[in-house]
Design a protein around this ligand. Structure first.
Ligand SMILES: [Zn+2]
Length: 207
């Protein structure tokens, strides 16, 4: 049987409590979580209304920063993080901060990938299925996905790293600026410029 899925996936990066309004909250975190939720409801809902097969719409993968002992990723106790390489403690596995933000219905995602148990792991491409070994890249390839649309947090770190790895892996990449929240606006502008230069399409709003 010929597969009829759209060869398109949406990757929702790290919309977790700590990045929305927790230890590493970002300015537009809540707004972005709500915006992604509304958009994904349209993506999933339109499919249901038309009575189409589930695989005629883009598949939706969520990534979660999921730290156990991520080496030097957290600033040492008593030291200030530099917000480049060291960070406040965040997204510790199985804590409230690591849970999906309440503004985003986790059931809208078809699958979840965890990353960063023992490394910094900014990129979703370092992620694997929870309790399984299959990586995000293997999952995308197994479904013959050719293009990914990336949204989430933070524009200047994990969204950027995920998009760069997607390009390196040969996927077409679109980043939706309005549905990404940044650590710094300056950093976000640089990240989006770098992604454009590397071949990604950056669009203001979802289409
Ligand atoms: Zn982290």
């Amino acid at each position: 049987m010929v597969s009829t899925h759209s060869r398109e996936a949406i990757i929702v990066v790290d919309v977790q409590n700590d990045f929305v309004d927790g230890s590493l909250g970002t300015a537009r975190g809540v707004e972005v979580a709500r915006g992604i939720n509304a958009w994904l409801r349209e993506v999933v809902g339109a499919d249901a209304e038309e009575g189409a097969e589930i695989n005629s719409r883009p598949l939706i993968a969520g990534t979660m920063d999921w730290h156990i002992n991520p080496q030097g990723h957290f600033a040492p106790e008593g030291e200030e993080p530099d917000y480049e390489n060291t960070w406040p403690v965040h997204c510790v596995a199985d804590t409230h901060g690591a849970q999906v933000c309440g503004e985003l219905n986790p059931e809208l995602m078809d699958v979840w990938f965890h990353k960063g148990e023992y490394t910094a792991a900014y990129s979703g491409f370092e992620g694997h299925l929870a309790r399984e070994e299959q990586t995000l890249k293997q999952w995308l390839n197994s479904l013959e996905i050719e293009h990914v649309t990336i949204v989430g947090i933070a524009t200047d770190f994990c969204v950027r790293a995920t998009a760069e790895d997607a390009l390196k892996a040969g996927f077409g990449v679109t980043v939706v600026e309005e549905l990404c929240s940044a650590v710094s606006e300056d950093g976000a502008a640089k990240a989006l410029d770098a992604l454009r230069a590397a071949g990604a399409e950056v669009i203001a709003q979802p289409r």
